[in-house]
Every structure is written in structure tokens, then in C-alpha cells.
Design a binder for this molecule. Sequence first.
Ligand code: NG1
Ligand code: ZN
Length: 547
Amino acid sequence: MARFASVAEYSAKHPKPADISFAYGTAGFRTVGSTLESTVFRVGLLAALRSQSKQGRVIGVMITASHNPECDNGVKLVDPMGEMLQQSWEGYCTRVANAATSDELVAALAEVAEAEAIDADVTPRVVYARDTRPSGPLLQAALEDGLAALGTDAVSFGVVTTPQLHYYVRCLNTAGTAAAYGEPTAEGYFAKYAGAYLRLVEGKQHPSPLHIDAANGVGAPEVRKLAAVAASPYLQIEVHNGDTGTPGKLNSGCGADYVKSNQRAPAGMVLAPGSRYCSFDGDADRIVYYYADEHSTFHLLDGDKISTLIATYLRDLVVAAGVEGLQVGVVQTAYANGNSTSYIKDTLRLPTVFAKTGVKHLHHEAEQMNIGVYFEANGHGTALFSPAAVATLRAATPQTPAQQDAIGRLWALRDLINESVGDAMSDMLVVEAVLACKGWTLAQWDEAYTDLPSRLLKVIVQDRAIFKTTNAEQTLTSPPHLQDTVDALVARVPRGRAFVRPSGTEDAVRVYAEAATRADCDQLAYAVAGAVFDRAGGRGERPAEFL
Ligand code: NG1
Ligand code: ZN
């Protein structure tokens, strides 16, 4: 096919490793960085086709492996409104990445072009960026070859956070429309979020400085720029773990994933009671907060706490605005702490639903809501205002100054939220704004509910593909009868809950358990993990019985 005439020549520079098969999963392609060159090259080709299938709208490509070790890397596509790639294309990506020869590659591309009735005359438009990983420049060069092979009009945004790239894509595709999202530049990004933040906190007390663990990743320089643009006593930050230059440091003993998984402060930070802390992950799309109490006990404020904080504030504003037809809802995954779900339902009295793991699933559920807040427990999430909510707000006629103030705050909050994807910097400003408006310390925020003890375990098995789930991944349908065993174990402990699902990003099966007490929770987690190990040909050591 003439349109793919240059592909073979470029592809010869980036041969596929024969012994590896790649899969486009919840986080795009992600594996050891040194094995990804052919895949990233091919993602360039796919990005071009995706853009053509969208009549030349801009598609994004982000090279990152987020919170994974520094030696890993990854690549994912960003759809025109800044959202994750449409699921029906994931299969194309996997097929194209695994074509063994140039001929097979061209055939796979031709299949995509035919299936999507792609018009070859449309000029593809793609923007791309990468995080600070050492393998990034080489992979970026491979991507540029893929884009060039299909004559793409391509622009690099250099080294930025994942959510910044999502923002740029949305801005470029909405420019000059009623849905214009902002300026597609670094200055535009910082000005938009800093401006909305300052509008919300004006007149409130200045918060104490916020200590930020930037995971030695791209969030470090970017959040410093944000603070410089805000240039305000309302945003005093101190960046820790901000070394992006020393090999081996990215995500090592630090970052949001480390803090959430280990429930402890990151390397290089000693928590002073009364001070305020948060951690970004390596590409700054996740955030968690934490503090130490007067006994120096560590307290985590994770994605569930952030989502309940934002939902509480939105609900308060909706009530204060006195506008009919605005309704806040919350989307969680099964990993949300049970007490956060009870709090949303019983105390906030807001509707809540569970989605499958992976932000794209949460995002789609939140899109069904009027105002939808969604977060994974690990700190990845945001909030969405539906077109209906925006229209309602636009039509609102405040009767009192208080109503006018609440409506103005809802608009400012909407500007402050990165609606395209979870964004550590934007989420941080939302949290800071809500805390300033409420006059709350982190401990006061933490008072809303107490987390049930929980435990997340990993079991390595022969073939995790035999694990199939339903009911937002809370119930196993395969292997047969394993769910009955889990149910029987759960029934033994007060407030017990446990579920088993295959990871979408690692070759492992995850076991989650929670219960009223730490001892019951751990016993349940290890009992379920043991059952998984026995039933599915566990590898390595059997999960140790606890106690
Ligand atoms: P998997 O490996 O499918 O559990 C993990 C996280 C997800 C999501 C993705 C993408 C947990 C339990 N799982 O998915 O929430 O963030 O990585 O990064 O945290
Ligand atoms: Zn991330």
C-alpha cells in the first residue's frame, strides 16, 4: 500500500525483539524500557492513524512508566479530549506491536486503516512528551520515526508531567470553540490553575507551607514553576526528592505509590507534627497527603480521603448555590476503603458506584453523572462537570450574595480541576483550596472517617489469564469455585471484605482484604492469598500464614 511505503524502511531501524510479546493494558504499554523501542516506534504509526480516524484532530503520545522503577518505561495514547485511548483501539495497538516482520506490520496497519475506514488524505496531527527516565530520549527518537513514516504534523512538548500533555491535547482540540479549555502552552497551564486557585482562596488565612515529595521525577521542576507563577503566600511549597539528574533515584523509596503501599513517609523526609506533606508519583498524575500526629504516628490521606473532601465541598457549594438540578456523585473502585464508601453513602448521602480498576473506567462512570468525582485509592483521580451541569450553572440566577458566591466558587473549582485526567498539581491545588476555605488542618480533614484496616497482597501464579472477574472485579468467575472459598473466608470475620483480580500492569494476581481489626484483616488477606496460590499454581513462596 502506497500510504505505508516508508514504514518498512523506518521499521528496519527499530526491530521487534523476537522473544517478547507486548500488550496495551490499563496503563498503555509498560515494561523494561530497553525492550520498548519497536513498540514506541509503532505507537507513532498508530497515533497517526488514530488522528486520521478523527479527521486530523490532535492525538497525544506520552512516554512514561509512572510510579514503576526507573528501568521501566511505557507509552500511551491520549484521545482528542485529553482522555485515555478508546478501548476498541487497544486491540489494534497490541496487534501492531506484535507484528513479527515489516510485512506483517504493514498488513496490521492496513487492517486498522480498513476497519476504521481511514481517509489517507487527512494530515495526521500528534503531540508528544516524556518523563525524566533515562530511556526516554531513545524512545522519543523511535516515536519520531514512527510519526515521520506517516507524514505526521508532530510537535514535542519535551519533558512534562502526564497530565500536562493531556491538558495540551484538550486545549489544542477545543481551541476556538465554546469548550475552549485553555492555552496549549506551559504558561497557559500554570496561569489557568494558579489563577483559579487564587480566586478560590482569596481572603482566607494563608496556609502553612506544603512539603512535596516529588518522587525525584518531572513533578519537581513543574511544581516549582507552578509556585513561581502563583507567586503567592497562599502557595508556599518546599520540594523534597526533587533530584531528576541522578540515575536510580526516580520513585526509589519515595513517591505516592511508595507512601500508599508502605503507609510510611518517603526517604529523605522526617515528618514534624503539625506540618503538611504530600507525595506525587513519577509522572505527577497521582497524589496522596499525610502528616504525623503529636505521637509521631503516621496518617495517610489517600485518594479516598481526597475524593470525599472534594465531594463534601462540592456538595456544600451546590446546596449554598440554591440551584436546582446539580447533583454530585462519587466513583470508586473496589480498592476504596469500606469506611470511605459508607461515609459517602450514609453521611454525605451522595450516590456512589464502583468501576473496574484503571482510571479510564472511573472516568467513563463519572461522565454519566451530573458532577462526578472519581479517585482510585492510590491517589489518581479528578472531577467532571457534565455539559448538563455547566448549562445549569450558566442559567442560574442567584437570589442572594451567598448564592452568588457559591456559584462563583463552583466555576472557579471547575477551572481548577483538570477534567481531562487525574493531575497531582491540579488535585493538590483543589485540596489546598478546600482546606483553606474550610480552615482545616490535615488532622481535621482526617476526622471525617477512620479507615478500616486493609491489606493488599500480590500472588505470582503460572498463568494469571485464568482469573476472570465480574461485578466491578469483586467476584471471580474463574477459576471455578475459588470465589466460594473466598466467600467462606470473608464470612468468618466482622466487616470482612476481600476480592481477587489479575493485575493489568504486572504479571501477578492481587488480593485485597479489609476487616474491623488489623489481625482479622491480615489473617483474611493471607488466607485468601494462600487459596489463590494453591488453586492456581502459585510460584515462589506460598504467602505466609499470618500470626
Ligand atoms: P493493576 O496492576 O491492574 O492493579 C495498577 C493500580 C491501578 C492503576 C494502574 C495503572 C492498584 C491496586 N492498581 O493497576 O489502580 O493505577 O496500576 O497505573 O493500585
Ligand atoms: Zn502516574
